[in-house]
Design a protein around this ligand. Structure first.
Ligand SMILES: Nc1ncnc2c1ncn2[C@@H]1O[C@H](COP(=O)(O)OP(=O)(O)OP(=O)(O)O)[C@@H](O)[C@H]1O
Length: 318
């Protein structure tokens, strides 16, 4: 009997495997995503951070079912976004994913109050009156909006509007929430409130949340941050709470480079620039790490940060 190897990311809720998206316009090709890999587990809250043009919106449009990748695999909640029929795509957009935009008013109608805005998506999908009002009450409470339930859009602060927009995106109980720069237009205090609301809905409703942003500081708001550079995931920051022997809690953030399935990793640009690394580097396998040296450096790996010496298998470093 042959043992079966599980597929890449078989247990993940969001799987992007070697995702490619090429835009072709007037004979010019732009590679927006070039072999992007990303796994997000059911119930995770992840921020994807990258500079302008790194491919964030392209990724989000693919995950939301608005756009199709050129090649690779994109699967969300078991549904293959490349091969999905138009009908399944519509259902997917209505039932599986919720979307939060930078501008709250893209999710909201100005002449309806907060509670009516929350009820609207459920009216459209035919949820009955009793379930609708129970869900509206639950969302208002969870998003700390009960006191302003009768206020129209222009009677709400920016942070409150964005929280109503979050409720609208969640009204029909999506499994995944995709947010595109949701705090881009907010001051720090309102932005903190929106992130607190995202953490609450993530914890209480179990909805998986992917937030896309160019703002590095967002990494302080979530446990896992994925960096995207030149259309590829390049680094991850994981945050966890550590308790010392006196019972004091402190937050520890550790940065990792992403190693893809082909063994590729992106070295941070400030590292490669600092050591003038270009085109090729020398690698050295040690017992517990791999050394990377500039190819043109006169220094031998023996002068490296560790004592060097022969590699574990006795080979000279390359
Ligand atoms: N419809 C399109 N046609 C041609 N090129 C496009 C199109 N959409 C995006 N691009 C290009 O693809 C690359 C990635 O764009 P994308 O919008 O995904 O990046 P982004 O990280 O979201 O940037 P921003 O934060 O500025 O929105 C960029 O070089 C962009 O110019």
């Amino acid at each position: 009997m042959t043992a079966t190897v599980p597929d890449y990311g078989h247990a993940a809720q969001i799987v992007c495997d070697n995702l490619l998206r090429i835009y072709r316009a007037e004979g010019v090709e732009v590679v927006a995503l070039q072999g992007l890999d990303l796994l997000v587990d059911d119930g995770e809250l992840v921020a994807v951070i990258g500079a302008s043009g790194s491919g964030k919106s392209t990724l989000l449009h693919i995950l939301s079912g608005l756009d199709r990748p050129t090649a690779g695999l994109a699967r969300v909640a078991g549904q293959d976004l490349l091969t999905m029929s138009a009908r399944d795509r519509l259902r997917y957009r209505r039932e599986v994913v919720g979307f939060l935009y930078q501008q709250a008013n893209q999710n909201l109608l100005p002449y309806l109050d907060a509670a009516e805005n929350l009820a609207l998506p459920m009216l459209l999908t035919g949820v009955d009156r009793a379930d609708r009002s129970a869900r509206v009450a639950e969302l208002l409470d969870m998003l700390d909006l009960t006191d302003v339930r009768g206020n129209r859009l222009d009677e709400l602060s920016g942070g409150q509007q964005q929280r109503v927009a979050l409720g609208v995106a969640l009204a029909n109980q999506p499994q995944v929430l995709l947010a595109d720069e949701p705090t881009g237009e907010l001051d720090t205090e309102s932005s903190d409130q929106v992130f607190a609301a995202l953490r609450t809905v993530n914890a209480e409703l179990g909805v998986t949340v992917v937030v896309v942003t160019h703002d590095d500081l967002v990494s302080e708001q979530v446990q896992r941050t994925v960096g995207i550079r030149d259309g590829r995931t390049s680094s991850e920051v994981l945050r966890r709470t550590e308790v010392d022997e006196h019972g004091r809690e402190s937050l520890v953030a550790e940065e990792y480079a992403v190693l893809d399935r082909a063994g590729r990793l992106q070295l941070p640009r400030d590292f490669t620039t600092a050591l003038d690394m270009r085109d090729r580097v020398r690698l050295d396998l040690e017992a517990d790490h791999i050394g990377v040296w500039p190819a043109a450096s006169p220094a031998s790996p023996d002068d490296g940060p560790d004592d060097g010496g022969p590699t574990p298998d006795g080979r000279e470093p390359r």
